[in-house]
Every structure is written in C-alpha cells, then in structure tokens.
Ligand binder design. Structure first.
Ligand SMILES: NC(=O)c1ccc[n+]([C@@H]2O[C@H](COP(=O)([O-])OP(=O)(O)OC[C@H]3O[C@@H](n4cnc5c(N)ncnc54)[C@H](O)[C@@H]3O)[C@@H](O)[C@H]2O)c1
Length: 426
C-alpha cells in the first residue's frame, strides 16, 4: 500500500518506520524542516534506541510540506499533536490544519484518512461531516509507550479500529489488509465505531492513571502508619484481577499523554453533561501526590540546611528525552516558588532531554555525568525511573558530602544507607 504519515513525532515516526519495515511504500510529512533534514540523512530526531536504528535502516520518502507530497495514497495516517488547551480540553488545531492542507493541496489525494492521534470522542464523525469525507475517516488510536515506541509499534497488545456508520464493511476490509501481518501473528484486532475507538483510548489511559493515583493515595496512608507501600502493592498485584502494572507509588504521573488525556476526558464529559467524579479524583490525587513530595523536600532541605540540590532525571521517564509535562519540571518550579534560595543542578542521560530542560531553565547548569553533578550539590532528588539511579551507593554520596536524598521513584533501599537520609514519598 502507499501511505502518507502526517506528523513525525513519537507516534508518526514509529508508524512510518514500522509500515516501511513491513514493505509498504511510505511517505512521511512534517512541517518541521529540521526534523525532515535529519530524517533524510537517516538520523532520527528523537533519541529513542529503536527509532534511531530503524531511521537508518528503512526507506521512507520524507517531505517538509504538502506540495512536495503530491500523489495518490491508499491512506493518510494522521499523527499530529493534540495538546491540552488552558482549560484542559483537547486542542484539535493541528488536526484541522493538517486535514485542510491535505484537502487543498492540488494533486494530493487519498482514499482513507486514518486518525492515529488521540482525539476526543465524536471527532472522527465531525471531521467526516465537516470536510465531506463520509465513509473515509477511520479511527485507529495509537497505544505505544514512549521509550519503546518502535518496539510497541511492531508488537502492540491490540489494534483498535473504529468505523463510520454505514461504512463498516469496506473500511474493515481495508484495515484488515493494512494490518494483515499483525492479525496473522494473532494480535487482537478490535473493531468498533469511531467513537468507541476514541473513547476506548481515553478510557485505557484514564484507567492506568487511576491505578497510579490509587496506589499513591494508599501510599499516603501507609506513610502515616509506617507500613511499606511496596508490600501493599505486592499484595494487590498478586491478585490476577488487579495485576502489577502501574502500582509503583512515587511522585505521580507526568508525561505528554496521561497529563493531558485525563483533563481532556473530564472536559469532554462535562461538555456532554456526563459525570466525571472518578476522573477528577484521579487528577487531583496526582496533584496532591506531587505537592506531598514538594513539602517533604522543603522540610528536609530546611532541616539539613541544603541550598544546592541535584536533580536526577529530567524527562518524564527513562529512555525518552521528552520533557513535556515532566514532573521534574513541575517540582523544580514548585520549589523555586517556595524556596527561592535553592540552586539547582540537573542531570539526564539524554542530550536532548538536557537541551529541552535548559530551554525552560536557562540558569540551571546541566550535567551529562552523575559524578560531576554530585560534586556540586549538598542534597539530591531522584525524579525519573532511570535504572542507573538504583546503583547510587552511600559511599559515593558521603564522598561528596551529600546528606539527604529525596527519592521520588523509590530507587534506593533505605536499609542500604546508614548515614545519608533517604526520603521516599511513601
Ligand atoms: N507520545 C506518545 O507516547 C503517544 C502515545 C499514544 C498516542 N499519542 C498521541 O499521538 C499524537 C501525536 O503524539 P506525539 O507524541 O507523536 O506528538 P509530537 O508532538 O511528538 O509530534 C507531532 C508532530 O506533528 C507535526 N505537525 C504539527 N502540525 C502539523 C501539520 N499541520 N502538518 C504536518 N505535521 C504537523 C509536529 O511538527 C510534530 O513533529 C497525540 O495525539 C498523542 O496524544 C502519543
């Protein structure tokens, strides 16, 4: 098939490279000229292991505008961003802009418009009606996890497709052909309506976020009575109906998906006059969890007279450089507001995470080596799940005169530290 992937961020690039790997003729389009220039040289602009390797290996024709992408495509895969607006609702402007550009570019035609971006329910139906694309808009939400985007694209847990009313049969045959190799492998292929697929994506993310908020609320109780949250989570996880995923207590969830998708679903429910109490609780527990950590940090820094703080982990999770909606950014901002006399020093393994952080906090020095950072600070905060942080030893901390670690990710075991105070959020 001949495919055009529009928007080459984490989702679009993983899609373009995976469909190219499966033997489709793939074109990729993004308005970011720098991104396209790198991709044309076989370099992934996103620092993720699988993407970097695949960008070298698989042939995709890249375009930095709609004019050069002229031709007929069996499908356009829409992968542009859907960020949050100020009130939490989903901003669909990139979706509308890209659809308008597709339709007004002479000589650019396509049979199906597949929406891979996360969009509120009813968006597919509205786009079909507003742009006279009835029978051609298919919802196909993406479920990949950043840090593993290319791997997840090849081995998804399911493929979800939603069709417009009255066009189920033709759209289904097309999508079954597109995903033939995954269906053959036995990967569940779930077919529903446009709005079923759109709501399914939000529901899955909201449920995962709710698990995180749930364990964080339990952690706050455990903290007050001296129970170990880790043990409580183990007890819960041993019940197969609950499962162990997303039961790690800490500082809450961040990142470019959960942070925007839960508020967007809340706003959508509100708009249609539906209840959203549980979603709202998930969101507010997440904020309280972060605030609890910030209060602990302020108290510890005051008690230990710490003015120089090292921040370990800048992106919202390990192995992706994405600093968008990273809790590290929110926590540093909170602390700066409440305690302006603290100086921060920041470490992340990935150069583009450091660069993005530097854009937000030009005055905070960034380090590519943990030891170099340790030499500058009196206290530490561990804020993402980079496994490297688990290897930090007491002897190293003592050598640098570090007295306290606010360990928001439970990377360090308190019992391994006799002289340095390790403070967890649970
Ligand atoms: N990042 C994830 O882990 C993830 C996972 C599942 C679903 N999603 C959803 O997928 C969508 C994309 O997410 P992402 O993280 O890849 O976003 P992103 O911001 O990394 O990438 C979006 C890309 O679209 C490009 N773009 C914007 N407007 C354009 C236009 N008019 N024409 C062409 N290109 C344009 C931007 O330059 C950018 O490169 C979002 O809806 C997101 O919620 C993301």
């Amino acid at each position: 098939m001949k495919l055009l992937v529009v928007g080459l961020g984490y989702v679009g690039l993983a899609n373009a490279l995976s469909f190219a790997c499966l033997g489709h003729e793939v074109h990729g389009l993004d308005l970011d000229e720098k991104k396209i220039a790198l991709l044309k040289e076989g370099v992934s602009p996103l620092e993720e292991e699988g993407l970097s390797q695949a960008a070298k290996e698989f042939k995709v024709s890249y375009h930095d505008g709609y004019e050069t992408a002229k031709g007929h495509y069996d499908a356009v895969l829409l992968c542009v961003g859907t960020p949050a607006q100020k009130d939490g609702s989903c901003d669909l402007s990139e979706i509308h802009e890209s659809v308008e550009c597709l339709l007004k570019t002479e000589g650019l035609t396509f049979s199906y418009l597949i929406i891979r971006s996360t969009v509120p329910p009813l968006t597919g139906r509205k786009i079909a009606a507003d742009y006279h694309l009835e029978g051609r808009v298919i919802s196909n939400p993406e479920f990949l996890r950043q840090g593993k985007s290319y791997e997840d694209e090849h081995h998804p847990e399911r493929v979800v497709v939603g069709y417009g009313k009255g066009y189920e049969e033709t759209q289904s045959s097309f999508m079954k052909e597109l995903y033939a190799s995954l269906i053959k492998e036995g990967i569940p292929f779930i077919e529903t309506t446009n709005e079923g697929a759109e709501l399914g994506k939000y529901a899955a993310n909201s449920f995962l976020a709710t698990k995180i908020s749930f364990i964080n609320e339990i952690a706050a109780i455990a903290d007050k009575i001296g129970a170990k949250t880790e043990d409580v989570a183990k007890i819960m996880a041993s019940d197969s109906r609950i499962g162990g995923a997303n039961l790690g207590a800490g500082i809450g969830y961040g990142g470019s998906c959960f942070s925007k998708d839960i508020p967007a679903l809340i706003r959508f429910a509100e708009e249609i006059g539906s209840d959203y109490s549980l979603l709202q609780a998930t969101d507010s527990v997440n904020n309280l969890t972060r605030k609890r950590f910030v209060l602990k940090a302020l108290k510890a820094f005051k008690e230990h007279k710490i003015h120089k703080v090292g921040v370990l982990g800048l992106s919202f999770k390990a192995f992706t450089p994405d600093v968008r909606s990273s809790l590290t950014v929110a926590i540093v901002r909170d602390l700066m507001k409440d305690e302006p006399f603290i100086s921060f020093f920041a470490y992340d393994a990935l150069p583009s995470a450091r660069a993005q952080f530097k854009n937000l906090f030009p005055d905070i020095p960034t380090f590519e080596d943990v030891e170099d950072l340790l030499a500058n600070v009196e206290g530490l905060m561990i804020l993402n799940d980079n496994p490297l942080f688990k290897e930090i030893e007491e002897e190293t901390l003592l050598r640098h005169g570090i007295k306290v670690v606010l360990d928001g990710r439970n990377a360090l075991k308190k019992e391994d530290f006799k002289k340095v105070e390790i403070i967890h959020n649970c």
